[in-house]
Design a protein around this ligand. Structure first.
Ligand code: ADP
Length: 626
């Protein structure tokens, strides 16, 4: 038969494909297997109403056969087959996949990675084969046809012999080049892995004859070559089975095999949705963070399947960053295989799925928080920082989603509390959530202001992660409750009378305090305060930036110009030191100057800031001791 030309558009696409540098050439097998499965579906559905089709479901199969000597890979099925006309129409054009609509809107896209963006079905086989022969015989007919092509310059269709109905596709695998080892596609292990990766849940068995050297009989030392047929795919995806039918062990085994985790997940989440976009999701919350979780190497994402066939290994758009620790997959019959990956990102269906998944994850975390506190606390130890970053990032856009999932350790037995728990147990009338930051709970508890707050019976959140204070700032307000740093200069914990007295003292001794400030040289102001109970002095911050936040900012790269916290030294108005300072101002200014330096150093030490000049400090203290 005369050679026919491909339709122009198909020819163009074919050219691009053949010369593609696309690294995922391997998807060709997924495409051919999916076509075979669709063809079987067609015949199977026909069998439901047409009594001439006497096959039962168990009779259907897809076969793979690799012949290394001939360099051919054959994919056969016993599906509906194609008539001559169908061969012509189906394999002579590639207009259906939406690729050309894309190109028309986007003329400059000529050189883009078309293959990477579109599942182009049958034609993808030209990425690995330089010649393809398709033998096909429609069910219930006597005539078989052979379609053959060596790529861009056209194809031929001829009558041929074929015993059984169905389709057989023979790929003549390209010779190896320096960069491309096409021979791999003739290796059993590679084919097996590709089936597992992309087509494990095809509903029909994908069979291959396996030949091995095996002992002649059990225990025998004589080896002979044995051949047996193996089914490479597991067919029924675990997420398609009813939740009650799958044991915890099965879920755990699936999880650890797929995500290489030695520990069972903290939570298995199944979701089934039958809305505008129906989908099934199987999600896992790991027990611990992967070793690279808090590095830029970690990539979040869920696997995306379309009716059991994998489209993308890691679809990032399905998960918000703050739930990036979730592992798992989504399967939707409403997504087509031919969808472009770039288009995926903007796809409305995907966005709807992502939204539903986010809601589900949130509600599962809530139920864990309320129903299994121990597990939730362990979860929070592993991923709490991620949630706190989530509440802080994007200018606090997600704070409402996340703020009730957050927990902070508090002064109450050093245990975690949610913001809700804190606000529900504070004394009537308190509309403030008190917090303090530091390296560890122990160090925070020792801060003079915290000590003072605790001795007044207040509960204080202990913020030990760098991000904590930034997160609270982003949240801004929790209901009617404001957040207040107890080490900030503005908080007033004291009662009105004491506070008035301290203010009066500050006013009356303005000159003396100014003298101390000048001698210290590093503080914005010095004042008497009624906040302190047992300690003589403390440092507090004035304005937006706390001392702890400044420390965090300074740790970041290129932050030489980072703003500094403005520090106030507060002197306990009730401490004997107050009277001493006032009297020294009149009697001995030199001594007062030494006192000022010593007090500032002491305050620094108890606030967890190192003393700038330890030698001078030691000398001054020694002098005072004598
Ligand atoms: P798509 O699968 O996206 O429609 P393909 O290029 O992969 O595009 O296939 C084109 C058409 O060829 C299919 O829609 C189907 O009708 C037909 N076809 C492909 N492979 C087979 C097969 N193994 N058996 C029967 N028909 C097939």
């Amino acid at each position: 038969m005369k050679k026919k030309q491909f339709k122009t558009e198909s020819k163009k696409l074919l050219d691009m494909m053949i010369n593609s540098i696309y690294t995922h050439k391997e998807i060709f097998l997924r495409e051919l297997i999916s076509n075979a499965s669709d063809a079987i579906d067609k015949l199977y559905f026909r069998s439901l109403t047409d009594s001439s089709v006497t096959l039962t479901k168990g009779d259907y199969a897809i076969w793979l056969e690799a012949d290394k000597a001939a360099r051919t890979l054959t994919i056969s099925d016993n599906g509906c087959g194609m008539t001559q006309e169908e061969l012509e129409n189906n394999l002579g054009t590639i207009a259906k996949s939406g690729s050309f609509e894309f190109k028309r809107d986007n003329e400059s896209a000529e050189d883009v990675d078309v293959i990477g963006q579109f599942g182009v079905g049958f034609y993808s086989a030209f990425m690995v084969a330089d010649k393809i022969t398709v033998y096909s015989k429609p069910f219930g007919t006597e005539c078989a046809y052979k379609w053959e092509s060596e790529g861009a310059d056209g194809y031929t269709i001829d009558v041929c012999d074929k015993e059984s109905f169905g389709t057989k596709i023979v790929l003549y695998i390209k010779p190896d080049t320096e960069d491309e080892k096409y021979s791999e596609f003739l290796e059993e292990y590679r084919l097996r892995a590709l089936v597992k990766k992309y087509s494990d849940y095809i509903r029909y068995p994908i069979k291959m004859e396996i030949t091995r050297e095996e002992p002649k009989e059990e225990g025998s030392s004589e080896y002979i070559t044995k051949t047996h047929t193996e089914t490479l795919n597991s067919m029924v995806p675990i997420w398609k089975r009813a939740k009650g039918e799958v044991s915890d062990d099965e879920y755990n085994a699936f999880y650890s095999e797929k995500y290489y985790d030695y520990e069972a997940p903290a939570r298995v989440i199944t979701q089934k949705s039958e809305g505008l976009t129906s989908f099934e999701a199987l999600l896992f919350i790991p027990k611990h963070a992967p070793y690279n979780y808090y590095t830029k190497d970690y990539e979040k994402g869920l696997e995306l399947y379309s009716s059991g066939v994998m489209i993308t290994e890691r679809c990032q758009d399905l998960l918000p960053d703050y739930f990036g620790f979730v592992k798992g997959l989504v399967d939707s019959q409403d997504l087509s295989l031919n969808i472009s990956r770039e288009m995926l990102q903007h796809d409305r269906q995907l966005r709807a799925i992502a939204k539903a998944i986010e809601k589900k994850i949130k509600s599962e975390l809530e139920s864990m928080r309320d129903g299994d506190r121990e597990a939730y606390e362990a979860f929070f130890d592993a991923f709490g920082i991620q949630l706190k970053f989530g509440a802080y990032s994007d200018f606090g856009m997600h704070k409402d989603t996340l703020c009730d999932l957050l927990m902070f350790k508090t002064s109450k037995e050093g245990k975690y509390a949610t913001l809700k728990e804190y606000t529900e147990r504070v004394p009537e009338g308190q509309k403030v959530i008190y917090y303090a930051s530091g390296e560890s709970a122990e160090k925070i508890a020792m801060l003079p202001q915290v000590d003072a707050a605790l001795s007044r019976g207040l509960e204080v959140l202990y913020l030990t992660d760098d991000v904590d204070e930034f997160t609270l700032r982003a949240i801004g307000k929790y209901g009617d409750f404001e957040f207040k740093n107890v080490t900030a200069e503005q908080v007033d914990l004291a009662d009105g009378e004491a506070k008035a007295k301290a203010e009066e003292m500050t006013k009356a001794n303005e000159e003396m305090l100014g003298f101390i400030k000048e001698k210290i040289g590093k503080v914005a102001s010095v004042k008497f305060s009624a906040n302190l109970t047992k300690y003589p002095v403390c440092l507090s911050s004035e304005g937006e930036l706390s001392v702890e936040m400044e420390k965090v900012l300074r740790k970041m790269p290129n932050q030489d110009g980072a703003p500094s916290a403005s520090v106030v030294m507060e002197i306990n108005h009730n401490h004997p030191i107050a009277e001493r300072l006032i009297s020294l101002y009149f009697s001995d200014k030199d001594k007062l100057s030494e006192y000022a330096k010593v007090l500032y150093s002491i305050a620094s030490l108890i606030n967890g800031v190192s003393v700038e000049n330890p030698a001078e400090f030691a000398e001054l203290v020694a002098k005072l001791l004598v």
